[in-house]
Design a protein around this ligand. Structure first.
Ligand code: NAD
Length: 513
C-alpha cells in the first residue's frame, strides 16, 4: 500500500521522529502531558507531542519578550525581507507541508497545497505592506506645530488557532504581526500539533539564518488550558483567536477583563441565495464545493441554500444529482472529492445533527451515514447529506461542522431571502447567485447581507488574502489578512511637535504665569 509520500514529507519537515514529544527542534519548551496526533485519514498515530506547562510558558514568554526588544527596532522593510525569505522557504516546502496538512487534518491534498499557497500569498502581501505602514499627518490648529500619527508594534501577539486551517490562519496573523514588529506565540489546535511544529521549524530556520532570535516565533502546545495562559496574561496585548463561537465568548471575556485586545474569527452559518435569475450550473458547482469541500469543515462552508420556490425543484434535483457523483475516501488520493472528519467526536455531532433535523420536521433528501470497511478504518468518513428544512429550526440555526446542507425555500422578493440569510446568529460569509443586477446590488447594499463576506455568483467558501477576512455578530467581528487588517497588530500614537519659542495651548486656552 502506498503511503502517498507521507514518510518523506514528515522527514522534509523535521517531524518524522516525534514520538516522545521532545524534539520540536525549535523554540518550544515542552514538558507537559503527551498529546498523540492520529490521522483521520487512516487512523494511524503520526507522532506524540508534549504539551506546554505553566513553567514552560514562562520560559517562552521570557524568550518572546527578549526577542521583541531586537525585532521592534529593525526597520519594517527589513522585517519584510525576513518574511520574504519565510515565503521562499514555504515555496520550497509547499508539497510536504501540504501533504502533512492533508494527512493530519484530513482535507484533500489539493486543499492542503492551497492552504500553503495562502501562506505564500500572505507573505508576499506582507512584504509589500512592510513599506506601507502609513499613518496620517494633520494640520495643527497651533502655529509652528506639526502633527502626525505613527504606528508602533504592540509586543507579544498570542495566536490561538482551529484545527481546520491548521497552518494558514497562523500565517495570516504572523506574516502581518512580524512586519508590524510584533513577536508571536502560537497555540495551534491540539488536534493538529504536528503541522504546528513543522511551521515553527520553518520559521526557526529563517530566523537562525539571519542571526535573529528565534523568540520572534514561539510555539506552545496543548488544549484550552494552555490557551488560557495567554488569554489571562497581561504581557500579551493582543490575542487572535480562531475557533468556535463557544470558545470566542470565553476568550473575549478573559481578554477584556484585563482590557487587552482580542481579534476573534469564530463560527459561521453561511448561505447561498439562489434567485430565479441564477445560473443553475454555476450554482451547483458553488453549492456542492461549498458544502462538501473540506468535508464541510470550513468556517465558510455552505450550510444553507435559500432557493426561490419557482426553481426549487430544479435546483434541488441538480444538487442531489451532483451528490451522487461524489467520491469519498483518502484525501491524499486525488480521485476523491471528500475526505474524513477530524475525529470521532465530529462524527457524533454530524450524526446528531441528522437526527435533530428529522425530529424538528426536516426531510432528508440525501441520506447520510458513517462509512465502514476498507479504506474507512479511521471511522471518520461520512456521507455528505442534504435535508429540506426551515430556517427557524434549532439545528439550522446552529453551525454543524460537517457536510450537512439544508435546503430552504423562499417566495416573492429577494428581500425575503435576505431576511432568512441574515436570520441566524452568525455573520461570516454569504452569497447570491443571480444575473439580475437589482437583486445583486440589493444583496450587497446596507439593507442586504449582514455578513463580513458577501459574494455575487461565487459560493461562500474560498476567500482571497487581499481582502479583510472575518465576520459580524457571533462570528466575532475580527478582521484578518488583507486590506487594513494590519492595524490591529499595532498601536497608534499621535505626535505633536512645537518648533516655535512660544507654548500656545490647544483650543486657545489662556494660562498666563
Ligand atoms: P475550538 O473552538 O474547539 O478550538 C479552537 C482553538 O481554541 C483550539 O486551539 C483550542 O484549544 C482553543 N480553545 C478552546 N477553548 C479555549 C479557551 N477557553 N481559552 C483559550 N483557548 C481555547 O474550534 P475547532 O473545533 O478547532 O474549530 C472549528 C471552529 O472554528 C468552527 O466553529 C469554525 O467555524 C471556526 N473557524 C472560524 C474561522 C474564521 O476565520 N472565522 C476560521 C477557522 C475556523
Amino acid at each position: 500500500a502506498t503511503d502517498f509520500g507521507i514518510t518523506e514529507a514528515l522527514k522534509a519537515l523535521g517531524v518524522n521522529d516525534i514520538n516522545n514529544g521532545t524534539s520540536t527542534g525549535s523554540n518550544s519548551f515542552s514538558n507537559g502531558d503527551i498529546i498523540e496526533s492520529y490521522s483521520p485519514v487512516d487512523g494511524q498515530l503520526i507522532g506524540k507531542v508534549k504539551s506546554t506547562t505553566k513553567a514552560d510558558y514562562e520560559k517562552v514568554m521570557e524568550t518572546a519578550t527578549a526577542a521583541f526588544k531586537t525585532w521592534r527596532t529593525m526597520p519594517a522593510p527589513q522585517r519584510g525581507e525576513i518574511v520574504r525569505q519565510f515565503g521562499e522557504k514555504l515555496r520550497e516546502l509547499k508539497e510536504p507541508l501540504g501533504k502533512l496538512v492533508s494527512y493530519e487534518m484530513g482535507k484533500s491534498y489539493q486543499e492542503g497545497l492551497g492552504e500553503v499557497q495562502e501562506m505564500i500569498d500572505i507573505c508576499d502581501f506582507a512584504v509589500g505592506l512592510s513599506r506601507q505602514l502609513h499613518g496620517l499627518t494633520m494640520h495643527s490648529e497651533r502655529p509652528g506645530h506639526r502633527m502626525y500619527e505613527q504606528y508602533h508594534p504592540l509586543g507579544v501577539v498570542g495566536i490561538i488557532s482551529a484545527f481546520n486551517f491548521p497552518v494558514a490562519v497562523w500565517s495570516w496573523n504572523t506574516a502581518l504581526a512580524w512586519i508590524c514588529g510584533d513577536v508571536c506565540v502560537w497555540k495551534p489546535s491540539e488536534k493538529t500539533p504536528l503541522t504546528g511544529i513543522a511551521c515553527q521549524n520553518i520559521a526557526a530556520q529563517v530566523f537562525k539564518a539571519n542571526g535573529l532570535p528565534e523568540g520572534i516565533s514561539c510555539l506552545i502546545n496543548g488544549d484550552y488550558q494552555v490557551g488560557e495562559f495567554m488569554t489571562k496574561d497581561k504581557r500579551v496585548p493582543l490575542v487572535s483567536a480562531t475557533g468556535s463561537t463557544r470558545m470566542g465568548k470565553i476568550v473575549a471575556q478573559e481578554v477584556a477583563a484585563r482590557l487587552g485586545k482580542s481579534l476573534l474569527e469564530l463560527g459561521g452559518n453561511n448561505a447561498i441565495i439562489v434567485t430565479p435569475d441564477a445560473d443553475i450550473k454555476m450554482t451547483v458547482i458553488g453549492a456542492v464545493f461549498g458544502a462538501v469541500g473540506t468535508a464541510g469543515q470550513r468556517c465558510t462552508s455552505t450550510r444553507r441554500l435559500i432557493i426561490h420556490d419557482s426553481i426549487y425543484d430544479k435546483v434541488k434535483n441538480a444538487v442531489v444529482d451532483a451528490y451522487k457523483q461524489l467520491r469519498i475516501g483518502n484525501p491524499l488520493d486525488e480521485n476523491n472529492h471528500v475526505g474524513p472528519l477530524i475525529d470521532k467526536d465530529a462524527v457524533k455531532m454530524y450524526q446528531q445533527a441528522l437526527e435533530r433535523v428529522v425530529e424538528e420536521g426536516g426531510n432528508v433528501v440525501v441520506e447520510g451515514g458513517v462509512l465502514e470497511g476498507e479504506g474507512y478504518e479511521s471511522g471518520c468518513y461520512v456521507k455528505p447529506a442534504i435535508a429540506e428544512a426551515e430556517n427557524h429550526f434549532n439545528i439550522v440555526q446552529h453551525e454543524t461542522f460537517a457536510p450537512v446542507l439544508y435546503l430552504l425555500k423562499y417566495s416573492g422578493d429577494v428581500e425575503n431571502a435576505i431576511d432568512m440569510q441574515n436570520g441566524v446568529a452568525q455573520g461570516l460569509s454569504s452569497a447570491i447567485m443571480t444575473n439580475n443586477l437589482r437583486e445583486a446590488e440589493r444583496f450587497l447594499s446596507q439593507a442586504g447581507s449582514d455578513c463580513g463576506i458577501a459574494n455575487v455568483n461565487i459560493g461562500t467558501s474560498g476567500a482571497e488574502i487581499g481582502g479583510a477576512f472575518g465576520g459580524e455578530k457571533e462570528t466575532g467581528g475580527g478582521r484578518e489578512s488583507g486590506s487594513d487588517a494590519w492595524k490591529i497588530y499595532m498601536r497608534r500614537q499621535t505626535n505633536t511637535i512645537n518648533y516655535t519659542t512660544e507654548l500656545p495651548l490647544a483650543q486657545g486656552i489662556k494660562f498666563d504665569l
